[in-house]
Design a protein around this ligand. Structure first.
Ligand code: ADP
Ligand code: GN1
Ligand code: MG
Length: 354
């Protein structure tokens, strides 16, 4: 990695470069230096992000826009330029790397330790969306087309099921059945969008708790990270993806499904933070469809994990056999849990919208 790092405008000499974080797509490394400054180096997955130039254009223009509003390097992701003044490095081996300044005195959580942590992450994502409300959406590249087009995710699922290249379909009949029984509902948000009833906004699209940094001391929100999928999208999907990941009482890949439960208190804490940070921005229908956003993002993610399992695990990085099937099962368990809590989920939003 020294050869890679030497091509960036790094302060100090690198002391170590170790794999870091728990993302499923890119390869992330923590770079420690002998200067009082650390860095995050990432190898961008260019099999998944086919237009890296377009993706990096999105990130540099969004971060510059945010920085103009909040000129504080702990509050906005900061790209470090290459020796040639570029925002990323394209190597002769056709690999892509980018370097960020490490956000100092921060924490990043895979699981909320308290309801307050989850509330603060909601404030961060709500503020992020507000700060980008006037961003010229047409200048953003669609880094992954149809990213949260749930019916299109179903199309890909049917294709994978038909091919069944790994001969795995026979062993996951219950999961396949779950997908099929939810197919009709899966298209509701996309339909409301195409009917002009829900507005397109600039959204993050990958609002996992571990994509936000909190201050290590105060635990107040600092910075939203992982901007690969910032694109036009639905506010309800950003809300929904946070709930999918953070209102689960267990990890995304827990194999003991009895531990996977939907936490109404965590959901409520997030809804409070998100609605307060969004202020007057959201329309009534956007608010009313937040629970549906949560359910459909969870369903969609489960469908994506199952599709990848059937296709031979080519998209999400796996760490064990059947990992994607395990992940898919937690998502479907959560969807079923949300169905049990449906009235309460809606009531939380109604009460907070009064
Ligand atoms: P992925 O797309 O693989 O999820 P992320 O951009 O989310 O990659 O980075 C992975 C992890 O690295 C994050 O969850 C976070 O812990 C850490 N991280 C990323 N960027 C920074 C940063 N600028 N400062 C501190 N930690 C960071
Ligand atoms: C991926 O890169 P990461 O781990 O933050 C995925 C998300 C999924 C998530 C599931 C570009 O996010 O869409 O919701 O895994 N990112 C991409 O944990 O596909
Ligand atoms: Mg991430």
């Amino acid at each position: 990695m020294n050869a890679i790092l030497s091509q960036f405008q790094l302060q100090g000499a690198p002391l170590s470069c170790e794999r870091y974080g728990s993302g499923h797509i890119n390869e992330t490394y923590l770079v420690k230096t002998d200067a009082p400054r650390d860095y995050i180096l990432q190898k961008i997955n260019n099999k998944i992000f086919k237009d890296v130039k377009g993706l990096m254009h999105n990130i540099s223009s969004v971060t510059a826009y945010l920085y103009a509003q909040t000129p504080d390097p702990r509050r906005v992701l900061t790209l470090v330029k290459t020796m040639h003044g570029e925002n990323y490095l394209h190597t002769e081996a056709d690999e892509y790397f980018r370097l960020y300044e490490f956000i100092t005195d921060s924490i990043c959580l895979d699981k909320a330790e308290t309801e307050e942590d989850f509330y603060q992450s909601a404030v961060a994502f709500g503020q992020f969306q507000n700060q980008l409300s006037a961003f010229p959406a047409d200048t953003l590249n669609e880094t992954i087309p149809n990213f949260h087009n749930t019916p299109d995710r179903y199309r890909q699922f049917h294709e994978a099921l038909e091919k069944d290249v790994m001969n795995r379909a026979a062993a996951c009949k219950a999961e396949i059945e779950f997908v099929l029984t939810h197919e009709e509902e899966a298209g509701v948000m996309v339909r409301l969008l195409s009917q002009g009833k829900l507005p397109l906004r600039v959204t993050h699209n990958d609002t996992k708790l571990n994509n936000v940094m909190l201050d290590a001391q105060t635990r107040a929100p600092l910075c939203v990270i992982d901007l690969d999928t910032v694109m036009p999208g639905l506010a309800g999907n950003d809300f929904g993806d946070s709930i999918r990941f953070g209102a689960n009482t267990a990890a995304e890949d827990e194999t003991d499904l009895s531990k996977v439960q939907f936490s109404l208190p965590l959901y409520t804490a997030y809804a409070k933070g998100f609605l307060s940070a969004c202020g007057d921005t959201l329309t009534q229908l956007e608010k009313d469809t937040l629970p549906l956003g949560a359910k459909l993002m969870t369903l969609e993610c489960g469908v994506r994990f199952l599709t990848d399992y059937l296709s031979g695990d080519t998209y999400f990085r796996i760490h064990r056999e059947h990992h994607n099937l395990d992940r898919c099962r937690t998502q479907f368990k959560l969807v079923a849990e949300m169905e049990k809590y449906w009235d309460e989920m809606a009531k939380v939003i109604t009460d907070l919208s009064k």
